[in-house]
Write a protein that binds this ligand. Structure first.
Ligand SMILES: [Zn+2]
Length: 275
C-alpha cells in the first residue's frame, strides 16, 4: 500500500522541483498567519498594503503565503547581473557531524538575518518599505532555516547525485533539491496542519540560532543517518545516494514536523515583533 501511494505521488508530482519549493514556504506562512493575534494580523495587513513584486511593481499580494517566496524571486532577478547576489543568505553551512557553527560573513546567513530583520520589523522608526521587506525576509528565512539541509551539511551531501525510487529526476537534481522539492511535496500532499500556537514563553534573543541547531540535528538524524553506509567520519558516501521507498516514507513526518515548527515559531516571532 505504501509503495502504491508513493508511485501515485511520483506520477502526480512530475513538475520541476524548483517550482514546488514555494509550496513549502506558503504552507509555513499560512500556518503562521492562522496563528497571528488580531493586532499582529492588522499590522501585517498594513505592511503588505503597498507590496512590490520582484520588479518593484505593485504586487497586489495581501497574505504571508503570497509573499513568502519573494526573497527567492528577487535573487533570481539579481543573479542575472551578479551571480553572487544573496549567496549564502538562505542557509548556514553547519557540518552535521560537528558542533561548531558554519561561518557567517558579515552576518549574511539564515539565522543572523532573521535576527537582523526581526529588529527592523520591531522598529517603527524604519521606513514602511524597509519594514515591508523585513517582514518578507523573516517569513521566508524562518521557513528555509527549518528545511534540514539549509541548516546542516555534510562533507559530501547537499550537491550529491541521487536516485529517487519511483521518480524520473532531472539531471541536475541533487540530495538538496530533492529534500527541497519532491520529499517536501510528498509530505504536504493532502495534508494541512491544524497546529495552534500555545507557547506563552517569550522567545530568547538567539532563538533563531537555537532553531537552526535543532534543524542541523534533524539533518543528521533524519536526512543523513538513514542513508545506507552513512557514518560520521571523513568517508565520502558513494554517489548516487539511493532514496528508496522506505527513505521517502520516513521523510514524511520529518517534513511535517519542520513545517509545523516553522509556522508556529514564525507566528510567535511576528506576534512579539509587531505587538
Ligand atoms: Zn530561500
Amino acid at each position: 500500500m505504501r509503495n502504491v501511494w508513493l508511485v501515485l505521488c511520483a506520477v502526480l508530482l512530475s513538475s520541476p522541483c524548483m517550482a514546488w519549493n514555494g509550496r513549502g514556504h506558503a504552507a509555513i506562512a499560512a500556518l503562521a498567519q492562522a496563528n497571528l493575534s488580531p493586532a499582529t494580523l492588522a499590522q501585517v495587513e498594513v505592511l503588505l498594503r503597498d507590496d512590490l513584486d520582484r520588479y518593484e511593481q505593485p504586487s497586489g499580494r495581501k497574505s504571508l503565503a503570497a509573499v513568502a517566496s519573494w526573497p527567492d524571486e528577487i535573487r533570481d532577478v539579481a543573479v542575472k547581473t551578479d551571480p553572487a547576489a544573496y549567496r549564502g543568505w538562505h542557509v548556514r553551512s553547519n557540518q552535521v557531524c560537528g558542533q561548531k557553527l558554519g561561518s557567517c560573513k558579515d552576518g549574511a546567513c539564515v539565522d543572523q538575518l532573521i535576527i537582523r530583520y526581526a529588529a527592523v520589523l520591531r522598529d517603527h522608526q524604519q521606513s514602511p518599505r524597509a519594514r515591508n521587506e523585513a517582514l518578507k525576509w523573516v517569513v521566508h528565512l524562518v521557513g528555509d532555516l527549518h528545511m534540514p539541509l539549509h541548516s546542516g551539511i555534510n562533507r559530501n551531501g547537499g550537491s550529491a547525485k541521487v536516485v529517487l525510487e519511483g521518480f524520473d529526476l532531472k539531471p541536475d537534481a541533487t540530495f538538496h533539491t530533492v529534500w527541497d522539492g519532491q520529499l517536501l511535496d510528498a509530505a504536504l500532499k493532502g495534508w494541512k496542519s491544524g497546529a495552534r500556537l500555545e507557547s506563552v514563553e517569550r522567545l530568547a534573543a538567539d532563538a533563531p540560532t537555537q532553531w537552526m541547531i535543532e534543524a542541523r540535528d534533524v539533518a543528521l538524524h533524519d536526512s543523513y543517518e538513514p542513508l545506507a553506509g552513512f557514518v560520521c567520519s571523513d568517508v565520502r558516501l558513494p554517489e548516487p545516494f539511493v532514496l528508496d521507498a522506505a527513505y521517502q516514507q520516513r521523510s514524511v513526518p520529518v517534513v511535517r514536523q519542520q513545517v509545523e515548527r516553522a509556522g508556529l515559531r514564525l507566528a510567535q516571532l511576528l506576534n512579539e515583533a509587531l505587538q
